[in-house]
Design a protein around this ligand. Structure first.
Ligand code: WQD
Length: 339
């Protein structure tokens, strides 16, 4: 049977590249679009090495409608998974115009080209950041949405845009996948998270402290109302997240409509839980200091994943130990590959 062709925008990025692996392994044909504004070109050769194939790749900006339309003319695209976008909360506060321009105009351009090509299956990379500081835990998909950063607002705006489009044109099949905290790496050690400079997020920073690239981890506050006073999050292995995208695509083989799903593990992990697990699993030391809270941080956030299990027959399989093991393997490989 001819393989269904999936266009992956931002496919050279952290979650996009891992999703390309899961798609290929599930029997889909992958086409990547990326402009390397937040990813590295050599991820493509590593993906080909892992998959023993030559993934079709187009370098360009999703906001370039003519460039994008050519791809839909050259290939019978079955569905699109849209990752391309900026995603750093702190940076978005300093550069709101760049974030709204890149994230929102890319979405609008992609939708216009998809409509012109009569391709109506879209999987959108959303984020738990749309929940802001949740009143109840675990967080369900119908929890209140509000956000406090331009990055979060760009994601929330796109969710509203897609909901409006679906209500106006119900022949669309649109999945809003809300990621919790993606961490870890493919177990080949060939691809993983590539922070542009000093990491903002916890796991890549822990990796760099363990490797001696940073002197210590600043733990942003231990006076939260949590079991050990440090922030709690729902960390999910990036390959579990990737497989969640395949499950969402498979959902549309027999279903139709607008789907909103939390992709997390349903487990809350504190900063110190993660540090301790990382040290134990990898037999290493992660020096840390307790410092002031980071402004904008929330105390706790973890997902109710019951709907994902029911609707997608999907649940995260990899535990925190596996996340820490794979993250460490990638950090050791990354520094030797000098990427
Ligand atoms: C996790 C915990 C920090 C760094 C971010 C984005 C969000 C989403 C997921 C895209 C918190 C603590 C962190 C450090 C620390 N990305 N921490 N020292 O803030 O939950 O969410 O990633 O959608 O949009 O904002 O993740 O990894 O930055 O923080 O103590 O050096 O680790 O306070 O409790 P966060 P994070």
């Amino acid at each position: 049977m001819k393989k269904q062709c999936i266009l992956v925008t931002g496919g050279a990025g952290f979650i996009g590249s891992h999703t390309c692996i899961a798609l290929h392994e599930a029997g889909y044909k992958v086409i990547i679009v990326d402009n390397f504004s937040n990813s590295h070109r050599d991820v493509l050769s590593r993906l080909n090495q892992i998959l023993n194939t030559d993934i079709i790749f187009y370098e360009g900006d999703v906001r370039d409608q003519i460039f994008l339309a050519k791809i839909f003319k050259n290939h019978a695209i079955h569905a699109v998974i849209h990752f391309a976008g900026f995603k750093a909360v702190g940076e978005s506060v300093k550069k709101p115009l760049d974030y709204y321009d890149n994230n929102i105009l890319s979405m609008i351009c992609l939708l216009r080209v998809m409509k012109e090509a009569r391709v109506y299956i879209l999987i959108f990379s959303s984020s738990a950041t749309v929940y802001g500081d949740p009143k109840w835990l675990p967080i369900k998909e119908d929890s209140e949405r509000y956000t406090t950063s331009p990055y979060g607002r760009s994601k929330l705006f796109i969710e509203h845009l897609l909901e409006d489009l679906y209500h106006a044109e119900p022949h669309w099949n649109i999945a809003l996948l809300r990621y919790f905290n993606p961490v870890g790496a493919h177990d080949s050690g060939l691809i993983g998270e590539l922070p542009n400079d000093v990491p903002n997020n916890l796991m890549p920073f822990v990796q760099q402290v363990a490797k001696g690239l940073q002197p210590y981890l600043s733990v942003f506050g231990n006076d939260y109302d949590t079991r050990d006073g440090t922030g709690i999050r729902d960390y999910i292995h990036v390959m579990d997240l990737a497989e969640g995208h395949v499950s969402a695509l498979n959902y549309y083989q027999t279903n139709h409509g607008l789907l909103t799903v939390n992709l997390g593990t349903g487990q809350g992990t504190s900063v110190l839980d993660l540090v301790n697990t990382f040290e134990k699993i990898n037999n290493c030391k992660v020096q840390y200091k307790i410092v002031e809270r980071r402004s904008g941080d929330i105390a706790a956030c973890w997902a109710d994943v019951s709907f994902a299990e029911r609707a997608l027959a999907w649940r995260a399989k990899r535990d925190l130990a596996k996340m820490c093991e794979d993250a460490w393997r990638w950090e050791c490989a990354r520094t030797s590959l000098r990427v």
